[in-house]
Design a binder for this molecule. Structure first.
Ligand code: ZN
Ligand code: ZN
Length: 442
């Protein structure tokens, strides 16, 4: 686990998190806490540590052996979803996608979950593959109803359909609210994209009618002016979200600035380094900004031509050296880089290049990295998730669907059914008995 204090530092430590397979950059030697740790939030583990220090126990088990006994629990230094309260003056950010347009098992495309101590949760980008990461966090889907899109590349909104439909099926009993930028023409705006996404889902949505709680299968689309500079697009419950333009591919992309409770969080979408980010992200508690793969690795590993690697890696996106330069300007308490495949043989090049222009606190992000942010501390860990996760219980009573709204099969298709009534009836009997119902087969 790495902790950093507010002061910037020229030093860098790489902390290898054995057992979770990720690593974190960004803490200073003098401020690093001694291991093993006993966080205040884990009293059982803390009590154990105190127990181990008692003289009588030390006599029974000389030396430090008892402290590290295989049967003595030590404080864990990873984040297990759904096991920690968030303090009223605390934010938690979880990386749910840090990779590239081509999602891969290790990295989904851009997606970030911000949780605030007031209970609010916001999703920034929902790139390809990220809905799976969201599901691993065990958060009731009623709380995952606000999505902010930086732009309309699929690596930033490719899993919106999965969150929209899958989230409704798993307990979101309200419309999905989505904010996104306009474009140079109406066809390049968020409203157009999401209207047509819902049209593309016609068969899916029609087929769910009359079968499940219908309330989640609606989308509220809030399109705002991509040219707005520090303009407010969201203001509820003490949270203000503003946007600034970004420079990427076409007109339209934006970045978001969240202000709550004296905190400033900045989520940068894809961009060439730009003056608005340099101005309005200054002094952020945590600033996310894209940082592309180093050009030589784009050529070697991604098989880009040198020409396209230079164009994409330095002109359409932000090169690592340029990322560092931006962070040196805005001086966040924690800089977060993403949008690269983070492997054993790509990370050093990115880190080295960033360090030519920036020596402050830095996280080279990977999926499931977690930041707990308070006024005087930023704690960086990896989440360890349960792959057998099921959706958490819905927060509200389900609404029964109206069977009359079910769209029937045609006679031709319906008549193709094999007669399964005898083998299925015991399930009806079992459920009717257990729940006091009188349901009948169709
Ligand atoms: Zn993009
Ligand atoms: Zn992108």
């Amino acid at each position: 686990m790495a902790r950093i204090k507010p002061a910037h530092s020229p030093f860098l430590i790489v902390t290898l998190l054995a057992g979770v397979g990720g690593y974190i950059l960004g803490c200073t030697p003098p401020e690093r806490e001694a291991e093993p740790q006993a966080p205040a939030k884990q009293p059982a583990a803390a009590a154990d540590s105190e127990q181990a220090a008692k003289p009588d126990q030390a006599q029974a088990d000389p030396g430090t052996a008892s402290k590290y006994s295989p049967v003595k629990a030590r404080a864990r230094d990873f984040y297990a979803p759904n096991t920690e309260d968030l303090g009223p003056d605390e934010m938690r950010l979880i990386a749910c996608g840090t990779g590239m347009p081509t999602a891969r098992p290790k990295q989904a495309a851009s997606c970030w979950l911000l949780e605030l101590g007031n209970g609010d949760k916001f999703i920034f980008d929902i790139g390809t593959g990220s809905a799976e990461r969201i599901s691993a966090l065990q958060i009731p889907y009623n709380y995952l109803d606000k999505v902010f899109l930086s732009h309309l590349h699929t690596d930033h909104f490719g899993d919106l359909d999965a969150l929209f439909v899958g989230g409704a099926l798993a307990g979101r009993q309200k419309p999905l609210r989505v904010w996104g930028p306009s474009g140079q023409t109406p066809e390049r705006g968020t409203k157009y994209a999401l209207d047509h996404l819902q049209k593309a889902l016609t068969w899916d949505l029609d087929g769910r009618q009359g079968l499940t709680d219908p309330r989640g299968y609606h989308m509220e689309v809030n399109e705002f002016d991509y040219m707005g500079v520090n303009e407010t697009v969201y203001q509820e419950n003490g949270v203000t979200i503003r946007t600034i333009p970004a420079i990427h591919s076409l007109d339209g992309p934006v970045s978001f600035i969240v202000e709550w409770n004296g905190f400033k969080f900045v989520f940068g979408g894809d961009t060439y380094p730009n003056k608005w980010y340099a101005k309005y992200a200054t002094g952020a508690d945590l600033a996310i900004h894209e940082c592309f793969i180093a050009v030589p690795d784009m050529i070697d590993k991604f098989k880009f031509t040198p020409q396209s690697a230079l164009a994409v890696g330095t002109q359409i996106h932000t090169a690592p050296e340029a990322f560092g330069k931006v962070m040196s300007i805005i001086k966040p308490r924690m800089a977060v880089a993403y949008h690269f495949f983070k492997d054993f043989d790509t990370t050093a090049a990115i880190s080295d290049r960033i360090r030519t222009t920036y020596d402050g606190p830095l996280s080279l992000s990977i999926d499931y990295m977690v930041w707990n942010i308070t006024k005087d501390d930023i704690r960086v860990r990896m989440a360890v998730v349960d792959e057998d996760v099921w959706p958490p219980p819905a927060t509200d009573k389900p609404q029964l669907p109206d069977p009359a709204t079910r769209i029937p099969y045609s006679d031709e298709i319906s008549n193709g059914k094999l007669d399964m009534s005898k083998v299925i009836q015991p399930t009806y009997d079992e459920i009717n008995k257990q729940y006091g119902l009188h349901e009948k087969q169709e």
